[in-house]
Design a protein around this ligand. Structure first.
Ligand code: HEC
Ligand code: HEC
Ligand code: HEC
Ligand code: HEC
Length: 177
């Protein structure tokens, strides 16, 4: 029993070392894949964004579908992570870790980001997409009419002309109207 435990330990350490090494020598972007919110452990390092996101519709929008709706391609495209992409959502049976509008729906595949060792701050930052410029919201949302009322919440920021001028990507509105 004890030996088995030790062996398992050694295997875990070896796997981690390989991952870290692969990252430090630079995995090709092609090797990047969607890993899902649990395996990605995003919460461990980004508790603030996670807690805020968890309260949004994005976090539960797939869970709320009926069993029949969970097979409706049109709904799946906007309620799962990476639909139609190689490592993205396929079906609940195959990819249950990629349901709902998780972090990677906006930030893209995070396998490399998670594998990069914490000591490499700059690589951590550059290994994942921060969708400031490309409007990832448009992958799933149409633009809506902007009323005078709505303009009151618009911020004078660099991104004021995009959705982010008014919406917190991990929460709701920046201010209520
Ligand atoms: C082991 C810790 C760790 C884990 C796990 C982790 N990250 Fe990060 N992440 C970091 C660090 C460190 C940075 C750089 C932060 C900084 O410089 O302020 C970062 C930066 C980011 C950024 C900002 C990039 C930028 O341009 O500034 C995003 C977005 C991000 N992570 C998303 C995620 C997502 C999504 C997951 C889960 C799939 C995840 N992270 C998992 C540690 C982690
Ligand atoms: C609906 C799209 C969307 C989802 C879902 C999302 N993000 Fe983001 N995230 C963004 C955008 C857009 C930015 C850039 C914000 C800006 O520049 O004002 C961002 C920025 C960040 C940053 C950089 C620091 C910051 O707060 O600006 C981190 C870290 C981050 N996200 C982590 C996460 C994690 C972890 C999750 C899942 C729990 C997540 N995000 C889910 C769109 C999203
Ligand atoms: C992968 C698809 C997807 C992406 C990307 C996405 N959303 Fe959503 N979003 C949804 C779905 C689905 C809903 C729920 C719609 C419904 O309930 O009818 C939603 C709901 C919302 C809501 C209403 C929330 C509430 O609680 O009432 C807001 C606001 C929103 N999204 C803003 C954004 C913004 C801003 C971005 C970009 C930073 C974004 N979304 C990116 C799919 C997405
Ligand atoms: C000028 C500010 C502003 C901009 C820019 C803006 N929104 Fe909104 N949006 C609002 C406000 C305010 C509401 C709340 C309306 C309400 O509850 O009556 C809202 C509501 C929403 C909703 C929820 C609608 C519903 O029926 O529940 C979604 C989704 C949304 N916005 C997405 C987006 C996306 C995607 C973009 C970028 C293409 C965007 N918004 C740009 C201010 C803005």
């Amino acid at each position: 029993m004890e030996t088995r435990g030790l062996k398992l330990c050694a295997v875990v350490v070896a796997v981690c070392t390989v991952l870290a090494l692969a990252a430090s020598i630079g995995l090709a972007q092609d090797d990047n894949s969607y890993i899902g919110i649990k395996k990605g452990k995003c919460k461990m390092c980004h508790a603030k964004q996670f807690k805020s996101w968890q309260k949004t519709k994005h976090a539960t929008v797939f869970d709320k579908l009926s069993d029949a709706e969970k097979k409706d391609v049109e709904l799946l495209k906007t309620r799962t992570v990476g639909y139609g992409q190689p490592s993205g959502f396929k079906s609940v049976a195959e990819t249950s870790h990629l349901v709902n509008v998780g972090c990677e729906a906006c930030h893209g595949p995070a396998a490399i980001h998670v594998a990069v060792p914490l000591s490499k701050k700059e690589e951590k930052r550059t290994s994942i997409l921060t969708p400031k410029e490309k409007n990832t919201c448009a992958d799933c949302h149409d633009e809506h009419e902007i009323t005078e009322e709505m303009k009151k919440v618009q911020q004078e920021t660099e991104s004021k002309t995009t959705c982010l001028g008014c919406h917190d990507p991990h929460g709701q509105m920046k201010k209520s109207i």
